[in-house]
Design a protein around this ligand. Structure first.
Ligand code: ASP
Length: 347
């Protein structure tokens, strides 16, 4: 039910949705947000109020950073009590990272915060941006009969699907359906109507005040294993000055090579307080280190299981936990707990 008194804040960070083609170079570049509104007269026809906030300059999301995540968080914090929901326009390239990072930044979120964007600029005839934006705005304003929002969590809306933000990954550089939530059902599907999947939507505790956890430590690295990876590569990564955490993208259910030098390097890193997290290279499924000897070795060392978390969510969760005042032990523990529905923990 859309309440005509609802207010939604539209936060424009950049991305293709608001870009135009540079006639000289042919490259897409961000442009002024007022043009976006003029390309979208439909916004005026919505039955609720939409205000906007512009990041200046708008950016290609490849330039996204923890600093800008903090700025987005601050815009939400300053406006939280005045709006029923928030829609963030964002480039698709790093949208899954931003969605994940913000989900950990905003603790006890009780309002919809929806990221959306497009693969074609809004000024193009075949743009996917209009439907994405209008539907995201409607979902942000949609409420239950008791006045609570229908989707009080951090989500991504792209091409008919509303997905939990920290479950998403961009898997297609070409298609309009560029995102997947491989290990978690979608929160809603937009067709003739918007069908909400109530059982999959988080149920927040409305009595708890929202908390903004701005700390983000970038002293982390993602190491993707491959057959033939040299110990030199592993050593060089683990010896990065100031390193506090590593996401290891392993094979299948969480397996790695068994070379003694490799295992020794990981053991030494854990002894130095570096948090090592095991995430599978597969799009679907979960880490289960107990399944094979090669995985069990990692488990015995104290490598933490990321279960079915995406690399984007694992990385930003690690950055966020390391950015708070937690000991490595506490970070390791929290990495194995689902904090915002980012992973399925099976015991
Ligand atoms: N490079 C663009 C960005 O992420 C791509 C897009 O928006 O789809 O900002």
């Amino acid at each position: 039910m859309i309440d005509s008194n609802a207010r939604v804040l539209l936060i424009y960070t950049g991305g293709t949705i608001g870009m135009v083609e540079n006639p000289e170079t042919g490259a897409l570049e961000p442009f002024n947000f007022s043009h976006l509104r003029s390309f979208m007269p439909e916004i005026k026809r919505l039955k609720f109020q939409v205000d906007s906030y512009l990041f200046d300059p708008p950016i290609d999301s490849s330039d996204m950073s923890p600093f800008i995540w903090q700025q987005i968080g601050k815009v939400i914090e300053e406006n939280y009590e005045f709006y029923d929901g928030f829609v963030i326009l964002h480039g698709t390239d790093t949208m899954a990272y931003t969605a994940s990072a913000l989900s950990f930044m905003l603790e006890n979120l009780t309002k919809p915060v929806i990221l959306t964007g497009s693969q074609l600029p809004i000024g193009k005839l075949r743009t996917d941006g209009k439907e994405n934006l209008i539907t995201a705005l409607e979902i942000a304003a949609d409420k239950k009969e008791n006045g609570n929002p229908i989707v009080p969590e951090l989500s991504v809306y792209m091409q008919n699907l509303l997905m939990r933000g920290n479950r998403t990954t961009k898997y297609n550089a070409h298609h309009f359906t560029a995102f997947k939530s491989p290990n978690y059902p979608s929160l809603a599907e937009a067709g003739l109507n918007i069908r909400y999947n109530d059982n999959s939507i988080l149920k927040p505790d409305y009595s708890k005040p929202i908390r903004f956890n701005y700390g983000m430590d970038s002293n982390v690295v993602v190491l993707k294993l491959f057959p033939g990876i040299s110990t030199e590569v592993v050593r060089a990564n683990l010896n990065i000055p100031g390193l506090r955490g590593m996401i290891i993208e392993t094979f299948g259910t969480g397996n790695s090579p068994r070379m003694p030098e490799f295992i020794e390097l990981l053991k030494n890193a854990i002894d130095r307080g570096i948090v090592l997290v095991n995430v599978t290279q597969c799009l679907y499924g979960s880490v289960e280190m107990q399944r094979y000897e090669n995985g069990q070795q990692l488990q015995k060392l104290g490598v933490v299981s990321g279960c079915d978390i995406t690399t984007e969510a694992a990385l930003t969760k690690l950055m966020s936990l390391l950015g708070s005042d937690l000991s490595p032990e506490a970070v390791r523990h929290q990495m194995q707990v689902s904090l915002r529905g980012e992973m399925t923990v099976r015991r």
